[in-house]
Design a protein around this ligand. Structure first.
Ligand code: NAG
Ligand code: NAG
Ligand code: NAG
Ligand code: NAG
Ligand code: NAG
Ligand code: NAG
Ligand code: NAG
Length: 419
């Protein structure tokens, strides 16, 4: 089909089924769900942009209207990383590595909603979801080929191909733009923020937001650098080209020549980002808690399992470890908090991971708040410069507005490659 994506490509579906299937709360907040059709990027092969398995990359676009018709919100999908040939081959056969296995219709909710009551500041913008299929936060650029297996590590090319596809659809004349993303997509937002700004008109208002993408360079409970080793593997597999880390900020890698892969971590890359940035994260991000601080390799006997599934079941020592993690995160953002004049921050104390994409946590009567501000209000206040927004919540368990979204028992055996 042609690459035109219009409102005809969007379908409003009344979720009568959901009313039958979900909790009573759900009935009161029953809303019509917006489903948006997938657009494959037809010109991607010319740029060498492919998903891990060689399939075409894709995005979902829902057009803006009215006063928002010339504003653009781009959101990177998340979903962990793969760090070796085996895990990337595995991923290439799934929705995380191939558009062939992805749902062709995506729910647009939270920050992507088109309803003014559910998303007061961005509902009428052009909203785009960039599908994640490269396994390295949209930033690798290499190919693996050995005669029997072929893998494309082309995240950086996918990023460029999607931008080039969107520019003539109106992105090139944007007045306002926000680059966003959650988890591995929130990390992509850090990695591509400066580059995004360069594609847009110089008089446009361009800003970036990362939701649950502030992955800390933190040691696990056995003092092992589990996360750092993992990231080093991802970077050397997907970014390395003749020993040079491409696609990480070159001013950052130049400043940390001994460990250039550290520039993958937002805490080191942040000071090189010149575009206004908003960091949304939980201080007890469950993904980081379960996979960076207490990966199963560091807790082989599962002493932490009860605490992982229910913070109220943590013993005092475990709680203390969690409070130290929170302090380390706040310290890692310290300079940004203090000195960034155009930056914004919302660090709440909920056991969650990704809070901008679901309506419940983004903006609803009982959604999480800090100083009585919802996440949607905090992000909107910052974007439109209505007031300075640097909110840091009090430590657990003081916050009674949390939606603790804790993965199930089954997820305890997963690792950094999951989600
Ligand atoms: C959705 O997109 C697919 C492929 O891009 C296309 O074949 C199909 O006609 C579209 N459906 C609607 C309802 O727009
Ligand atoms: C290519 O790599 C895959 C994954 O490591 C391996 O299973 C396969 O045997 C390799 N093929 C050759 C010809 O070395
Ligand atoms: C930016 O400049 C262009 C060309 O002068 C103009 O058409 C557009 O309205 C300006 N945009 C903003 C946001 O001021
Ligand atoms: C964005 O980054 C890519 C890769 O570094 C580069 O090739 C491209 O020129 C950049 N775009 C702009 C507009 O600077
Ligand atoms: C540290 O973590 C890495 C990656 O998970 C693992 O390979 C290594 O064996 C661990 N080292 C120790 C001493 O536990
Ligand atoms: C690196 O810093 C210099 C000087 O501040 C700047 O001109 C340049 O654009 C920066 N490079 C990148 C890739 O941001
Ligand atoms: C919190 O904000 C709501 C509106 O979002 C307002 O109705 C309420 O009075 C505020 N509560 C406090 C304690 O300020």
């Amino acid at each position: 089909m042609a690459t035109t994506t219009t409102n005809a490509n969007a379908l409003l579906v009344a979720i009568t089924l959901a009313l039958l299937m979900c909790s009573p709360r759900c009935i009161y907040s029953a809303e019509r769900r917006l489903l948006v059709n997938m657009t494959l990027v037809r010109n991607a092969p010319a740029l060498g942009a492919f998903c891990l398995d060689g399939s075409l990359p894709a995005y979902h676009l829902h057009r803006g209207f009215g006063a928002g018709a010339r504003n653009w919100l781009l959101q990177f999908e998340g979903g962990g990383w793969c760090n070796d040939i085996e895990s990337c081959l595995e991923r290439a056969k799934s929705r995380r590595g191939s558009t062939r296995y992805m749902t062709k219709w995506e729910v647009f909710s939270g920050i992507l909603s088109n309803n003014a009551y559910l998303n007061p500041d961005f509902y009428n913008w052009n909203r785009v979801k960039l599908r994640y299929c490269d396994g390295a936060s949209f930033a690798g650029d290499a190919v693996f080929k050995n005669g029997t297996s072929l893998l494309y590590f082309r995240g950086q090319k996918i990023w460029e191909a999607i931008i080039l596809d969107l520019l003539p659809k109106g992105l090139g004349q944007a007045r306002k733009a926000l680059l966003s993303g959650c988890s591995a997509g929130g990390l992509a937002s850090f990695l591509h923020c400066n580059n995004f700004t360069k594609y847009l008109p110089s008089n446009a208002s361009v800003k970036c937001l990362s939701d649950a993408g502030f992955f800390l360079d933190e040691r696990d409970i056995t003092s092992n650098h589990t996360m750092r080793y993992f990231i080093k593997d991802v970077v050397s597999l997907q970014y390395a080209w003749q020993g040079i880390e491409k696609n990480l900020d070159e001013n950052c890698t130049a400043s940390s020549l001994d460990f250039p892969e550290l520039c993958f971590f937002p805490q080191y890359a942040l000071k090189f980002i010149t575009t206004p940035f908003f960091i949304l994260n939980s201080a007890y991000d469950v993904y980081q808690f379960h996979h960076i601080l207490v990966p199963s390799s560091a807790d082989p006997h599962g002493h932490w399992n009860r605490c992982k599934l229910n913070p109220a079941a943590c013993n005092p020592e475990q709680l203390n470890t969690l409070q130290e993690f929170r302090r380390d995160m706040i310290v890692a953002m310290g300079l940004f908090y203090k000195y960034s004049r155009r930056g914004g921050l919302f660090i709440n104390s909920c056991f969650a991971h990704c809070q901008s994409e679901s309506q419940d946590t983004w903006f609803s009567a009982d959604s999480p708040r800090v100083h009585n501000k919802t996440i949607a209000e905090a992000v909107g206040d910052w974007y439109f410069s209505r007031r300075i927004t640097k909110e840091i919540d009090c430590p657990y368990p003081c916050d009674t507005t949390c939606h603790n979204l804790i993965p199930s028992t089954q997820a305890l055996v997963q690792d950094l490659r999951s989600y």
